[in-house]
Write a protein that binds this ligand. Structure first.
Ligand code: GLN
Length: 543
């Protein structure tokens, strides 16, 4: 029997609802249950693919090619369960489906309404592909009281009613603020948030209360009484030293036990095995050294724009028992200044994914510095494309080498490819295509050259990695660049699309067209990140 846990947030945004959902998923998994996490986003974009990272943070890409909310990254990192297209839906997508149906005449003359048509479409999404799971955790984006999340709340209320208490549980995340002047924790915002939820027919079963200070028993009792939940279901959630400490911390506060009890399941019947989390927290809290990695990008002001990347670097640190300090650098500064001053003391340089011309010359300058000074370099997607342009210009002396992303150029060493293979299918696109959902997206196979550094790192010559880009390194320049020492060590199975470049005669210089950070996990660090950080450790010993 599949059970559903609906997770809502109240009082303010940014309380870490995605993280809490992921941690709860990990805890239920540690008790032997099969879990899947999903997210319902109330905004009207069909998916977050067209939103600026400044607006929405990173776009997380699934194996099946969906561009999704970054919370799905948390879910996957904490549970190891690969997310799918069907795990994230927005109001935009729901409305698009309904309007398409209406245009086709599927409603046979009926009036199309929010209730029942929109709510039914939401329920259908929640229930799809859930049969072989014990728990589906479904997070509702936004904060209680937002106008736009109302259809979602109505849909989950109906599901609660239809499936009953044994199959549905509502978890509400709130804030218990501390007022410095009064030296007091305040429970009123939580009471109000729950009141708002109850006014739309949802009685939460478990309250997770974020707080900067310990919430005394008396205050917890008060919350329980006013919000109509058992005392044990008021969970204190203090700030954690690391996101990976959250599962252990919430377990210590009784979160998973409270959720199981809400389903009338006995928590003692499924004791959790938390050794995996203890091991990770142990390594993070007692590193044997540290390294500094410069990330030269464009959205460095908003760390959420590079969420998975940051985490993958942490995982690389876990693999090597070191702390990874990330030194964020706006690429544009290298266009005015010399890279040396900023990059001299770092142990590794990483240029992440990116779009557009702004800052690109700065990124190319950073690549050149890493290549010439023999500092470990990791180029991801745009970072690989910049490395190819740098090699074309400075090693192969191809004047005017650039990418057609920035407009017509004499030597498009990176260009728009209009047709490619996906398995046995041919996929095509054109410069005039819609921007949404038309990139090369999702998992693609790559073949690695036997004996290359990447083949050694992966311990394999066939890999599957996730993509999200419109332009490709131009295979026509392969011979010229290989003669100059830039090896095309990974290619698509048909040999047409360069997937990896490396410089064998360098301590560590690798560019990949895909996004390895999306598949890295704390308990299973991605081999490229583990190897890059290992190279940074060696570099740190040199200086
Ligand atoms: N802008 C580049 C492209 O579309 C790279 C994209 C990326 O780094 N994700 O090909």
């Amino acid at each position: 029997m599949t059970r559903f846990i609906f997770i809502t947030g109240g009082v303010v945004s940014s309380l870490g609802k995605g993280l809490m959902s992921a941690a709860l998923g990990a805890l239920l998994q540690a008790r032997g249950f099969k879990v899947r996490l999903r997210k319902l986003d109330p905004y009207l974009n069909v998916d977050p693919g067209t939103m600026s990272p400044y607006q929405h943070g990173e776009v997380y890409v699934t194996d099946d090619g969906a561009e999704t909310d970054l919370d799905l990254g948390h879910y996957e990192r904490f549970t190891g369960v690969p997310s799918r297209q069907s795990d994230n839906v927005t109001s935009g997508r729901i409305y698009q489906t309904i309007i398409n149906k209406e245009r086709r005449g599927d409603y046979l003359g009926g009036t199309v309404q929010v209730i029942p048509h929109v709510t039914d479409a939401i329920k259908e999404f929640v229930l799809k592909d859930t049969e072989d799971h014990d728990f589906i955790l479904c997070e509702i984006g936004g904060t209680i009281g937002d106008i736009e999340s109302l259809p979602f709340l109505e849909a989950i209320r109906q599901l609660g009613q239809e499936m009953g208490r044994d199959r549905v549980c509502f978890v509400h995340l709130t804030l218990v603020p501390y007022l410095e002047a009064a030296h007091e924790l305040k429970t009123k915002p939580t009471q109000h948030s729950v009141k708002e939820l109850r006014s739309i027919g949802i009685q939460p079963d478990v309250l997770v209360c974020r707080s900067e200070k310990e919430i005394p028993l008396g205050e917890r009792r008060k919350i329980a009484l006013f919000c109509n939940v058992p005392e044990k279901a008021v969970i204190q959630a203090l700030d954690a030293p690391s996101i990976y400490a959250v599962p252990l911390q919430y377990h210590g506060e009784g979160l998973d036990a409270a959720v199981l009890s809400a389903f009338r399941l006995d928590p003692a019947a499924t004791p959790p095995d938390l050794s995996r989390w203890r091991e990770i927290v142990g390594r993070i809290s007692a590193p044997e050294g540290e390294v500094t990695i410069a990330v030269v990008g464009k959205y460095t002001g908003l760390k959420d724009a590079y969420k998975s990347l940051m985490e993958a670097l942490v995982h690389g640190g876990i693999a090597n028992n070191v702390r990874v300090n990330i030194h964020w650098i706006e690429a544009e500064i290298f266009e005015a200044e010399d890279a040396v001053a900023h990059l001299e003391d770092v142990d590794g340089i990483l240029v992440p994914g990116g779009f557009g011309e702004r800052g690109s010359e700065g990124k190319i300058a950073a690549v050149r510095f890493a290549r010439e000074r023999k500092i470990p370099y990791f180029g991801i997607c745009f970072g690989m494309q910049m490395a190819v342009i740098e090699a074309a210009r400075n090693l192969a002396s191809i004047e005017g080498a650039s990418t057609s992303e920035f407009g017509p150029c004499k030597h498009p060493v990176v260009g728009l490819l209009t047709e490619w293979q996906k398995g046995n299918e041919v996929v095509s696109r054109s410069a005039a295509d819609d921007k949404g959902g038309t990139m090369r997206l999702g998992a693609y196979e790559a073949r690695l050259m036997p004996g290359s550094r990447v083949a050694e790192i992966y311990g394999d010559t066939r890999i599957f990695e996730r993509h999200r880009h419109r332009y490709e390194v131009n295979i026509a320049y392969r011979k010229t660049l290989e003669e100059q020492g830039l090896l095309f060590s990974g290619l698509s199975p048909d040999g047409e699309l360069p997937e990896i470049v490396e410089i064998p005669d360098h301590p560590w210089f690798i560019g990949v067209q895909f996004h390895p950070e999306l598949k890295s996990k704390p308990f299973d660090p991605h081999p490229l990140f583990a190897s890059f950080i290992a190279a940074a450790v060696r570099q740190s010993r040199l200086v």
